[in-house]
Design a protein around this ligand. Structure first.
Ligand code: ME8
Length: 664
């Protein structure tokens, strides 16, 4: 029986249209679904829209449209966008659909009947942008400003149903322990664990101050908290028809790191409370990083978004979509943050797509119109076969681990090896000497390698794969390559089959077109570097650095090599405690992307309360020898900080580089 594979994206808010950030998750999910299908899994790919909540009600009011009408309009835009980016979801769920409402109410009843929903009162600070309550210490002061949106949180007091989240902390921790890949990447699991370890409060899960939501069963004065409603989509979408139930539990919920907590804590807890056993919970939550643009998170609220369909069409009407998919999956290491840059897209288009993959295809064409007989192979063919075997295996492993970036890296090693093979085997020389047998071997080897590449790139670039296959005289889509037939070795091709060839798949861009693209997709000035000063405002030339007198306390100059010896890394503080009888010291656990967090003892207790440090991103000097501060109190690194009369201030990171990111 085929194993089911069920992948989901977040259901997107409809307070704006799709952008490259939301496209990033959807494309990644589509890549995983295409890969799973190719490998023979019974696959289901779900996306959709999250339509309820006060945020949407307010936008609709501002526009003077009833919320349902507004939701219909924007949801349709999301639905129409994904196919334009080569994405083929199997289902698109809307939270305003009857099937969803019935499913959520059913889940609510199950939890209520088991005793984990109760009526109480809630008073708290609510950020409408996040649809989440905050405590004062989570907000920026003064003004109770949301750390994400920068807007003031609103004080809300109302009757509310509460979910007994606190009851599930131990079972959640046991789940993370038993299933260490429940949250990926691992560094994110550590963040989730520390959050749960710090204690969970019961969660307010209904509202009475607005109506645009799903009514609470038997108490229609309340509508459900939008996250209770939204998270349930993953389940409600696979209830009807009944044969869809085979897809539950989800194999992977793909989300951005901004909404990991909701998925890794609330969602499994809701399911546990409804009676789901551990093996009926989603198997994995994969939290990828943020796509930034000119260094800032690409987001609707920052108004620095790019329309993905626009970008694809401006690049190329034929391969633009696939080039965008490729660049997003390759350039941003999956799981980490990464900056979108048009320069990078153009460079990858020219070199990795044009020169490496596209050119390989064109190198066959001058030598054969049909597949020649392969004949006797030699050491060069053996080298290529070995590089292929290694790269193809690594690619499959990476796709299996939901890492399209690493998969593409591996596939491109095969592509590079095939180009080296052409250079070394020199088909032009065989042709010149009239050595048809050798020429046949080379061309047949290449044709087979290209077929293998067309299969391996298909999850990321489905239409490029089809175009390659057309030029190779193959059907547009490869058949299913089951668990043991992924092109672990290049396939064998029958002699005499036509090789139709064709125009280059990735034609070079004219200089003017490149300039136009650079100008059109340059990062917004407020997000990137400050714009160049106007000519007349330029300051007079300053003396060359060598002429600047060194400060009195300056240290001797070092070489770059000296500097490079320092292993500086981004760390996230997981816990901090005072050290008994040592007033200045704090004992910290800092996650720096290693198997275990580091213990770091820092002399900062006079400037920082321990609780203010948890979650902070810091810079760690990681290759100092361990230092003892007292019996058993050994520090395995140092935090960088600035010190003056005002006290000590830790160096932090502008943005959210993951723990372990190198500091240079
Ligand atoms: O949070 N980089 O919806 P949302 C990478 N409705 N991914 C990005 C991104 C960026 N710059 N910007 C957005 C919601 N995303 C809820 C979800 S699920 C039950 C409910 C992606 O429209 C990323 O996946 O704000 C992020 O988590 C999601 O869009 C947020 O979408």
């Amino acid at each position: 029986m085929k194993s089911p594979f069920y992948v989901t994206t977040p259901i997107y808010y409809i307070n704006d249209v799709p952008h490259l950030g939301t496209a990033y998750t959807t494309i990644a999910a589509d890549v995983l679904a295409r890969y799973a299908r190719l490998r023979g899994a019974d696959t289901w790919f779900l996306t959709g829209t999250d339509e309820h909540g006060i945020k949407v009600q307010r936008v609709a009011e501002q526009k003077g449209t009833p919320p349902q009408e507004y939701a219909d309009e924007v949801s349709a835009m999301f639905r129409a966008t994904w196919p334009r980016l080569g994405c083929a979801p199997d289902d698109f769920i809307r939270t305003s659909e009857a099937r969803h409402k019935a499913g959520v109410q059913d889940l609510w009843r199950k939890i209520r009947d088991r005793g984990d929903l109760f009526l109480g009162h809630y008073e708290g600070l609510y950020c409408v942008g996040c649809e989440a309550y905050y405590t004062e210490k989570d907000l920026k002061q003064p003004g109770n400003l949301c750390p994400i949106h920068g807007t003031a949180a609103e004080t809300v007091k109302e009757e509310s149903y509460f979910f007994r989240l606190s009851k599930y902390a131990d079972r959640l921790l046991a789940l993370y322990e038993k299933n260490p890949t429940f949250v990926q990447p691992t560094s994110r699991l550590n963040e989730v664990k520390s959050f749960v370890q710090a204690g969970l409060s019961d969660l307010s899960v209904s509202r009475t101050t607005f109506q645009w939501g799903i009514p609470v069963p038997d108490d229609a004065k309340h509508v459900m908290y939008v996250w209770f409603d939204a998270l349930s989509n993953y389940l409600t979408a696979v209830q009807e028809p009944a044969e869809r139930r085979r897809f539950w539990p989800a194999s992977v919920h793909l989300v951005g790191k901004d909404i990991l907590r909701f998925h890794a804590i609330y969602w499994p807890a809701f399911l546990m409370a409804a009676g789901y056993a551990d093996d009926e919970l989603p198997k994995q939550i994969f939290a990828h990083g943020f796509l930034t643009y000119g260094g800032q998170k690409m987001s609707k609220s920052l108004r620095n978004t790019i329309s993905p369909a626009d970008l694809a069409e401006s690049l190329s009407p034929t391969v633009g979509v696939d080039a965008v998919r490729y660049c997003l999956m390759r350039a941003i290491s999956f799981g980490q943050d990464g900056d979108f840059s048009i320069d990078d897209v153009l460079a990858r288009y020219a070199s990795e797509l044009g020169n490496s993959l596209g050119n390989l295809l064109n190198r066959v064409q001058p030598f054969a119109k049909v597949v020649p007989s392969k004949g006797v192979t030699g050491p060069l063919e053996a080298d290529l076969a070995a590089a292929h075997a290694e790269g193809a295996k690594a690619a499959a492993e990476a796709f299996d681990a939901y890492n399209p970036t690493r998969a593409l890296d591996a596939i491109w090693t095969v592509c590079a090896a095939a180009n080296v093979y052409v250079d070394k085997s020199a088909p032009w020389a065989a042709k010149k000497r009239g050595d048809d047998a050798r020429l046949g071997t080379i061309v047949a080897t290449l044709v087979e390698e290209l077929e293998a590449l067309s299969v391996m790139v298909a999850p990321v670039m489905p239409s490029v794969a089809a175009a390659m296959r057309a030029q190779l005289g193959l059907p547009a889509q490869a058949g299913v390559v089951g668990r043991d037939q992924w092109p672990f070795a290049a396939p064998t091709r029958s002699t005499g089959e036509a090789l139709p060839g064709g125009a280059p798949i990735f034609p070079r861009f004219e200089k003017e077109k490149e300039q136009e693209l650079r100008a059109r997709f340059a990062p917004p000035p407020e997000a990137g570097a400050a714009p160049a000063a106007p000519e007349k405002a330029k300051t007079p030339p300053v003396a060359a650095p060598a002429a600047v007198a060194p400060a009195a306390d300056a240290k001797p100059a070092v070489t770059y090599d000296d500097f490079a010896k320092l292993e500086l890394k981004v760390g996230v503080v997981l816990s901090a405690e005072r050290v008994k009888k040592k007033d200045k010291l704090l004992d910290l656990r800092v996650e720096i992307g290693e198997a275990e967090p580091r213990r770091i003892v820092a002399g900062i207790a006079t400037s920082y309360a321990p609780e203010a440090l948890v979650g902070k991103r810091v810079v760690v000097l990681a290759n100092l020898p361990p230092r003892e501060f007292g019996k058993g109190l050994v520090s395995q690194g140092m935090l960088l900080a600035a010190e003056d009369d005002a006290g000590i201030r830790l160096l932090t990171i502008d943005g959210e580089s993951g723990p372990g990111a190198k500091v240079r």
